[in-house]
Design a protein around this ligand. Structure first.
Ligand code: SAM
Length: 288
């Protein structure tokens, strides 16, 4: 029975159906936009080596580029005279197509060029090492993507090593009290994905690098998960468990356990008849 479950994130089409619904039902992108509007200008003020003629930016796991475009706009507004070269590492071809469409729509008047790498971060690292390339970046971001990499410590260490003098690395990740942690601690060993809801802060502490941590409250309305046969509820359940068609393919005891856990603290709270899953976030800005 258990073996019939398939990982959601390995199915490019289905994953984004669930992810887009997560974005609609959560305050995630509002929080990210608020951070970009209120904190990013300060963060990017000091990037760029003295006398540089171009700023180099790298997005890892960029998805459809919605957040990346906002980040690029902010960097350009802080450094108006400087062209930006933006490199993208994203394995999902559909997302890259969407990102390219967005670029056509949004980059008029902005001096930004792009390089597209349709591949996983691990392949990007391997390719760079084989070519003995050591391109450096003034700003690198990894937004909600470290759950999917083979090794969180190796990925952070590699991309941190690509920072240029004065460069910054922005990581956005589930906070330590985010409901994903208790859920995956309890039943994660039964899901097909071996996700890294691992301590990013622990990795940074072990690397002895300097970082600033911003803790942001966010939630996700999962009320529809408790309406039998509700399609949105099914997609949200898939998102929480990273199982494609969780309700149809999971063994009944696992389904019951997941539904019980996501309905109660510490995963969720009830407010005005809604079940709100804790989606608190950590915004971490790492110095070179
Ligand atoms: C949760 S989405 C986040 C998308 C975007 N950063 C955002 O916050 O809107 C995670 C993204 O990471 C990508 N991804 C998954 N595994 C990856 C890997 N090993 N290397 C790079 N990107 C990866 C997925 O294709 C997906 O676009």
């Amino acid at each position: 029975m258990e073996s019939s479950m398939k990982s959601l994130s390995s199915d490019f089409g289905l994953y984004f159906k669930s992810f887009n619904l997560f974005i609609e039902r959560s305050t995630e992108h509002q929080c990210v936009e608020k951070f970009i509007d209120e904190n990013l200008l300060d963060v990017v003020t000091s990037i760029g080596k003295k006398g540089v003629s171009c700023l180099n930016v790298l997005g890892v796991g960029s998805g459809s580029g919605k957040v990346d475009m906002k980040i690029l706009g902010k960097i350009q507004s802080k450094h108006p005279g400087l062209p930006i070269h933006n490199e993208v590492v994203e394995p999902n071809p559909h997302q890259i197509t969407k990102y390219k469409d967005l670029v056509k729509e949004k980059t008029q008047g902005l001096n930004i060029s792009f390089t597209w790498n349709q591949m996983r971060s691990e392949e990007y690292e391997k390719q760079n090492k084989e070519r003995k390339e050591s391109r450096k970046f003034d700003f690198i971001h990894m937004i909600q993507m470290l759950y999917f990499v083979q090794s969180v410590p190796d990925t952070i260490k590699y991309f941190h090593s690509l920072l240029e003098t004065n460069g910054k690395l922005l990581i956005i990740q589930a906070a330590s009290d985010n409901g994903m942690h208790p859920l995956w601690k309890k039943v994660g060993s039964r899901f097909p994905t071996k996700s890294g809801f691992l301590g990013v802060l622990k990795v940074l502490d072990e690397m002895r690098v300097k970082y600033q941590l911003y803790e942001v409250s966010s939630d996700m309305d999962i009320t529809e998960c408790f309406i039998e046969g509700n399609d949105n509820g099914e997609r949200l359940l898939d998102f929480l468990t990273d199982v494609a068609d969780f309700r149809k393919t999971a063994p009944s005891d696992l389904k019951a356990e997941v539904l019980h856990n996501i309905r109660h603290p510490p995963c969720s709270r009830e407010e005005n008849g809604k079940i709100l899953f804790n989606n608190n976030l950590h915004f971490i800005v790492v110095d070179n």
